[in-house]
Write a protein that binds this ligand. Structure first.
Ligand code: MG
Length: 386
């Protein structure tokens, strides 16, 4: 018999997405240790209900109001409390009962919810990088005030976190994030503009949701990750670098004051960083695939080409500008990616629109949550209505 008092209660936000589904797989492998509390999804009521029933969830949230209306009766007859809309997500986020919240939401929707979960005292396992991109200073300060751990789920940040265990921060010289370079790593500059949605969604190493996959193809994803790393590990932007590593085996490295470099290697499988966030400060017993060194293995590293991937340089620029600039980068990217995915703009228009949005914005220093959210709405509306 499982002793339910010893089980940690895990809330999974974005439960039907790539991170959420893999989180549920990890939880399934540790039935004595973890149990699901709340699951959230945007509109996929069918998958959410199935997951809630399979994992014995206490409650569920559909953030799309129409979907929630359509699915209300089905959840009710299944005996699962369903909350709806943004308000429903915020109500679930303020619930102090989960031990850990795995935030696998995509985009800016998770920011307010994350701040509420921090206030409620929940440990945050963060895959929703936009939260720190938009409001890194605010969120890290809130977590520090409340004494809440903010654990990275992004593979690069989990790798940095693992390399930093037992080390002194003042002896860290540099954080090095690796990037696969995406599907267009070697595509000539004159072919980049004609890239199709289909091409951009074909990532060589990782299977992810569409937004992150397009962000990987433009390398804006790596830029967002640089900003995320800056806040998670409280290091100056000049001490964070990006290296292209097509094999996606080394997920990140940390260089120290004595010239030593630690790297974390593993097969590209998100279940490992998810599991590490849940089991930290321990490691779990379940292996997510051993590295095989019995056959030849070549690892390549090369500097990124900022001319073909201007989105990466723009992210560094936004980070150095500070204030609301990273929130502008994030909002412009989200809007531009959605325009690209629906066929309105070309691939290289994504960094072009981000650059235009940054150029037209006067950054506001030390923004509060309201200022950040207002900036986000304004940039998004301008891009989508143009
Ligand atoms: Mg990543």
């Amino acid at each position: 018999m499982t002793d339910t008092r010893k089980q940690k209660r895990i809330a999974v936000w974005g439960a039907t997405g790539s991170i959420g589904r893999q989180t549920l797989e990890v939880i399934d492998r540790y039935p004595d240790r973890y149990r699901v509390s709340t699951l959230t999804a945007r509109e996929n009521g069918e998958a959410l209900l199935a997951a809630a029933l399979a994992h014995g969830a206490d409650g569920a949230v559909l953030t799309d109001e129409d979907a929630a209306r359509r699915w209300h009766d089905r959840f009710k007859s299944a005996g699962i409390r369903l909350l709806s809309g943004r308000e429903g997500l915020l109500e679930a986020a303020a619930d102090p009962s989960p031990d850990i919240v795995v935030n696998g939401l995509v985009g800016s929707v998770g920011l307010e919810a994350t701040l509420l979960a921090i206030d409620a005292g929940c440990t945050i396992a963060l895959a929703n990088k936009e939260v720190l991109v938009m409001a890194g200073e605010l969120v890290m300060a809130a977590a520090a005030r409340r004494g809440v751990a903010l654990l990275p789920v992004d593979s690069e940040h989990s790798a940095l976190f693992q390399c930093l265990q037992g080390e002194k921060r003042e002896q860290v010289a540099r954080l090095i994030l690796t990037a696969s370079g995406g599907p267009f790593r070697s595509l000539p500059a004159d072919k980049m503009a004609a890239v199709s949605v289909h091409d951009a969604l074909a990532h060589p190493n990782w299977s992810m949701g569409p937004k992150v996959t397009v962000d990987s193809a433009t390398m804006v994803n790596k830029g967002l990750e640089v900003i995320e790393a800056r806040w998670l590990f409280d290091l100056d932007p000049d001490r964070i670098t990006v290296v292209v590593h097509p094999q996606s085996i080394v997920h990140a490295m940390v260089a120290f004051s004595d010239g030593s470099v630690k790297a974390q290697l593993s097969r590209p499988d998100m279940r490992l960083p998810i599991a590490y966030a849940l089991t930290w400060p321990d490691r779990g017993e379940v292996s997510w695939g051993a590295m095989d060194f019995s056959t030849a293995l070549t690892l390549d590293f090369q500097p990124p080409d900022l001319n073909r991937f201007p989105g990466l340089a723009l992210a560094f620029e936004a980070l150095r500008t500070g204030g609301t600039a990273p929130a502008v980068l994030n909002a412009a990217d989200e809007a531009a990616v959605s325009l690209f995915l629906n066929g309105t703009i070309g691939f290289m228009d994504i960094p072009r629109l981000i650059e235009k949005a940054l150029a037209g914005h006067v950054a506001i220093r030390n923004p509060d949550l309201e200022t950040i959210l207002a900036t986000d709405r304004e940039i998004r509306a301008r891009l989508l209505n143009d």
